[in-house]
Design a protein around this ligand. Structure first.
Ligand code: UDP
Length: 326
């Protein structure tokens, strides 16, 4: 059997590594690429011995060379949490822009179909709720999130241009907050921050008054949505996320009851431009892909907590200081 060959950028990251697993399972030859700035080889070390997995330690913002045939490209390389892109703003801008351009050039040269990881951040601090794909967003280009949001907006524009001008087969997924095993404990996101704090016996830090909302999708659901979108013939953006919306304060309380601890909640200043509400309208994903989430938050959180608890204890203390936006 000749296997289809797929390049996955950001392969050692949270989503990239789950995608590698999925495409190995589907019988593909997977080429993983990562510069390991935010990725971790631990996420893919189980794949390294496999005959049908290759790993390239490479920064996709520089020219990409892949020998041989290539059928698909999934561009998932990017810092993806607010604390990461505050720490490394320029690589964040580069991977969304130059990295995407390099991947699209490669897709054109190889005749590959390419799917890019876009984000609900393209909607910024949305004034339309829930967000559907026709909403153009409310983004502050020069705020702290601008480096991520604008890179991703540029990424979508560049991808559409390669589609319309060069005829490259492209797919755009707009990913809403996703959680699950292999999230980084120190990435500053609400879920790993709260679970890490609970496991260390620290106060839970809620930013602002906690009335801002998010809608959390379990990683397995997201991967299924991405798989279906890649296999579809639909080139317009598609939201993939779980519409079950919750305030961050209630979410913190859920984590406290999940971990069975009696942590105190402390309130910290709300970071600049932190979106007040976020919930995907998934009508398009339902209609075009027949997709909707199947894992509810209670079940997903249990699995995620089990993962974090299984990590070596020293990892908890390496990451003892979540972001502080004073
Ligand atoms: N948040 C919080 N405490 C933390 C980390 C995050 O209250 O220790 C809030 C953050 O301000 C935001 C929400 O949780 O309103 C989700 O943050 P996250 O970084 O997970 O993702 P975002 O959706 O903002 O990109």
């Amino acid at each position: 059997m000749t296997r289809k060959r797929i390049l996955i950028t950001g392969a050692a990251g949270f989503l990239g590594s789950h995608l590698c697993d999925r495409f190995i399972k589907e019988g593909y030859h997977v080429i993983g690429m990562d510069n390991l700035i935010t990725g971790d080889m631990k996420n893919i070390e189980h794949l390294m011995p496999l005959e049908h997995f290759d790993f390239y330690h490479h920064d996709v913002s520089r020219y990409i060379h892949i020998p041989g045939e290539l059928h698909y490209i999934l561009h998932f390389a990017s810092p993806a949490s607010p604390i990461d892109y505050l720490k490394i703003p320029i690589p964040t801008l580069k991977v969304g822009s130059l990295g995407t351009h390099n991947c699209l050039g490669l897709a054109l040269a190889k005749g590959a179909r390419m799917l890019i990881a876009s984000t609900s951040e393209v909607y910024g601090d949305p004034v339309v709720h829930p967000q559907n794909e026709d909403y153009w967003g409310n983004v502050n280009p020069v705020g702290p999130r601008g480096v991520y949001d604008e890179a991703k907006r540029f990424q979508e524009a560049m991808t559409m241009a390669y589609h319309t001008f060069h005829g490259v087969e492209t797919r755009i997924v707009r990913i809403f907050n996703t959680y699950g095993p292999r999230m980084r404990l120190n990435d500053g996101r609400a879920l790993p921050a709260f679970i890490g704090q609970a496991l260390r016996g620290e106060d839970i830090t809620v930013f602002g008054d906690g009335s801002q909302t998010r809608s959390f999708c379990y990683v397995d659901d997201l991967i299924e949505g991405i798989y279906r979108l890649l296999m579809s013939d639909y080139a317009q953006p598609v939201n993939i996320g779980n519409p079950d919306e919750i305030s961050i304060l209630d979410f913190a309380k859920e984590i406290i009851s999940l971990t069975g601890t009696d942590q105190k909640i402390v309130f910290k200043p709300l970071p600049k431009d932190d979106p007040k509400q976020r919930k995907p309208d998934i009508t398009r994903a339902k209609e075009i892909l027949g997709w909707e989430p199947t894992v509810d938050r209670q079940e997903g959180l249990k699995k995620t907590y089990a993962y974090f608890k299984s990590l070596p204890e020293e990892d908890l203390y390496k990451y003892a200081h979540p972001r502080d936006f004073k």
